[in-house]
Design a protein around this ligand. Sequence first.
Ligand SMILES: C[S@@+](CC[C@H](N)C(=O)[O-])C[C@H]1O[C@@H](n2cnc3c(N)ncnc32)[C@H](O)[C@@H]1O
Length: 264
Amino acid sequence: MLEDKSREIESTRKRWDEHAKRYDEWYETFEGAAEHHVDWELLKGYLPQNRDAKILDAAGGTGRITLPLAKMGYSVTLCDISPEMLNVARQKLLRERVIDKVEILECDVCKLRFADESFDFVLCWDGMIEAAKELVLVTKKGGKISIFLMNKCGAAISKFREDPDSALALLRSKSNYAYDDEKKHLAVSVEEAREFFEKEGMKVIEIYAVCGILKLLSVPEEVRKSRSWDASFFRQTTEMLLRLSKEPSAKGLSRHLALYGERI
Ligand SMILES: C[S@@+](CC[C@H](N)C(=O)[O-])C[C@H]1O[C@@H](n2cnc3c(N)ncnc32)[C@H](O)[C@@H]1O
């Protein structure tokens, strides 16, 4: 069992190490830029007022969110299991002259070695409900958490064409596992996510539907992959995505659920 877990961690590390140099490229496309815009717009409303606050960006990869947080003056701890993803982040932080605001650590988010209540705000944007206990523990009481989870309904919808049995098993709640970026994740519904985090000592503030909605809007692939775009269509698209992320009747459709909560 332990061996299986460490083999899984090793293969995840290898995959992300290999992908590290190309990871940020997707965020230069119309689809990536639109998704980043939505992620950031939602996050902004929850950030601590106090710029001395300590933030943990767990599984933070190439620092997509660490970099703007450091530029705003927050002290950020960026941790990830992939040294190559962290190397890309280090280069960007050096280039932007904010490396002194960031502590970079190579570690597994399921085995964090921080004291309890170390951080005012904790982010983990990698669909890992397995790490929830650790993430809640290191958050100060009254501090906030933002965690991306695999959306059970969204995973079933995207799985159906290739594997109807697995898609239906997810919806029949006979399986809670779905694959994302080739990694097995626990997938949850909005209700299951809420229940899970409340049991861990969190007040769930809001759950948004993020990631993967653009495909459902039938935006053609060549537009989604394009690296230059019409500003007014970008504004319309991001407004549509933001409105849908908050729309209760659309919450089953996305790839991820972005849960925001407060430790009590
Ligand atoms: C999809 S990327 C997300 C990066 C960043 N959070 C973002 O939103 O751009 C997933 C990241 O999670 C990291 N990761 C996966 N499993 C992990 C684990 N158990 N502990 C720490 N990092 C992990 C990977 O190395 C990769 O950098």
